[in-house]
Design a protein around this ligand. Structure first.
Ligand code: ZN
Ligand code: MN
Length: 484
């Protein structure tokens, strides 16, 4: 018998502080996305000789807010360290970061993120550091014909959040990241929907195997894939009695494999030492109090409020608040439509399913709260059935058209003309005498006739009328039979 191998996963999440207007240590604009490469840089973020970093104090406030939200302990005095490494994404050959050894004190440590299923993932440390430049490869990383570098991103403020290895599956990892993103978005410090604003590295070990680090996972969708691949790879090594090497691997999104980058460097390879150009930062209780006083509503509080205020089931409230943009969408709908429960149900079922099927993020969908409310009103006024509405919702998602125009153009309006339905039923009774016979003796077979009517009218027939007309026609036939 083969025992199942214990899987331990830890994540290192890098999150850009997208609410800052300038980079972490210079005045360069942080609004670099979509800009011409290498146009947002200065001597400081390029690390030119003689330039000196100046800390953006707003980053400290963001960090205090994040640490408080995660229940971490905030250091009263924190230091920046140089993390030395030789790689073209950092022109000065070191990254200004923080360190939890050799006298280094990161801004915060401890705390946790609850997963919503009773489980908690412990946070090891939270630190502030600068983003490196963005490298892109012509070809693949292990056989690139050229490497391009864009320094616009170099020096952007990052928060690094490191977990303990508390995650037990790739699915756990995805859930954790979703919950963390919702917290950061509620705090307003991060816009997780921006490309590359949240990235993550993962550590994974199986059974007695060594720990492998996977770098360069660019989105949440990729985290699960990369971890699943890595579990399969390590398992097959261990099954053959081979060794899992301690190394750093790169996730290749296109080929969907991890490739070996380098045998993992030890911490001392980075030759950490205190950054001499920055003084230690005192984090005073007054500053912490000031930040805490302005803390916005967090997902867990919002979930409770949704249950109280809108009478939503816990599960629905939890799913909605697990994504800030979904929760905002919900509350926008509630403003113009009274039945909050109905909105919640549509959002957590069909709306989320269609998004998932289309591989879209919530703000890539073209459905607005206005669209959804108008669709619900069409159901309420009897213009379409709930079943047809699903079709309309799917169409709205990709085209962004209003529901009434979809209903008109596709002829989806409910058929409630008695004459029309009667003539259709007439035809069915003529064409399917056997089914009619069955229905006369068996209640269940009546549904077959009604189903046939629905099929022929593409589900648009008013169900109450359909029932009534088929039943009355059957009972007429029955009384004729008895009379005969
Ligand atoms: Zn700069
Ligand atoms: Mn880092």
């Amino acid at each position: 018998m083969k025992a199942t191998l214990e899987t331990k996963i830890g994540l290192e999440v890098h999150c850009q502080l997208t609410n800052l207007r300038s980079k972490l240590f210079c005045g360069c604009s942080a609004n670099y996305r979509g800009k011409e490469p290498n146009t947002h840089m200065c001597p400081v973020c390029l690390g030119l000789p003689g330039s000196l970093p100046v800390l953006n104090s707003k980053a400290i406030e963001d960090a205090i807010m994040i640490a408080s939200a995660l229940g971490a302990d905030i250091s009263s005095r924190t230091l920046f360290f140089r993390k030395n490494y030789f790689y073209p994404d950092m022109p000065k050959n070191f990254q200004i970061s923080q360190y939890d050894q050799a006298g280094g004190v990161p801004i915060a440590a401890g705390g946790s993120v609850s997963m919503g299923n009773g489980k908690k993932v412990r946070i090891r440390r939270i630190q502030i550091e600068e983003d490196p430049a963005k490298l892109s490869y012509e070809g693949t990383i292990d056989s690139a014909s050229a490497t391009l570098v864009d320094y616009n991103r170099a020096g952007i403020a990052l928060m690094e959040i490191v977990t303990e290895p508390d995650l037990e599956s790739p699915n756990d990892a995805r859930l954790f990241l979703q919950n963390l993103r919702s917290i950061l978005e509620h705090l307003g410090v991060s816009d997780g929907s921006l490309e590359g604003s949240m990235r993550c590295d993962a550590n994974i070990s199986l059974g007695e195997g060594r720990r492998v680090e996977i770098k360069n996972i660019s989105s949440f969708k990729e985290v699960e894939r990369a971890l699943n691949f890595e579990i399969a790879r390590q398992k097959s090594l261990l099954d053959r009695g081979a060794e899992v090497k301690m190394e750093t691997r790169h996730w290749d999104e296109l080929r969907r494999v991890t490739v070996s980058l380098r045998v993992k460097e030890e911490e001392h390879d980075y030759r950490y030492f205190p950054e001499p150009d920055l003084v230690p930062i005192a984090v005073t209780p007054e500053l912490i109090d000031k930040v805490k006083a302005n803390m916005p509503e967090l997902p867990e509080m919002r979930e409770e409020r949704f249950v109280e205020e809108y009478d939503l089931p816990h599960e629905v409230a939890q799913t909605l608040t697990g994504n800030k943009r979904l929760a905002d969408f919900f509350e926008d709908c509630v403003k113009s439509y009274p039945d909050a429960k109905k909105i919640g149900n549509w959002l957590v079922s069909d709306f989320l399913r269609y998004l998932y099927e289309a591989g879209l993020d919530i703000d890539e969908s073209r459905v607005t709260p206005d669209h959804l409310v108008k669709m619900l009103q069409l159901i309420d006024s009897g213009v379409i059935s709930g079943k047809i509405a699903k079709q309309v919702l799917k169409e709205m998602m990709t085209t962004g058209r209003l529901p009434d125009s979809i209903v008109e153009e596709k002829g989806l309006r409910r058929i409630s003309s008695r004459d029309y339905i009667e003539s259709e039923v007439e035809k069915i009774f003529k064409e399917l005498p056997q089914a009619v016979n069955d229905a006369l003796s068996d209640e269940k077979a009546v549904n077959y006739l009604i189903g046939e009517l629905m099929r022929r009218t593409s589900g648009k027939c008013d169900p109450t009328l359909a029932n009534e007309i088929v039943s009355s026609k059957l009972s007429k036939l029955k009384s004729k039979q008895t009379a005969a």
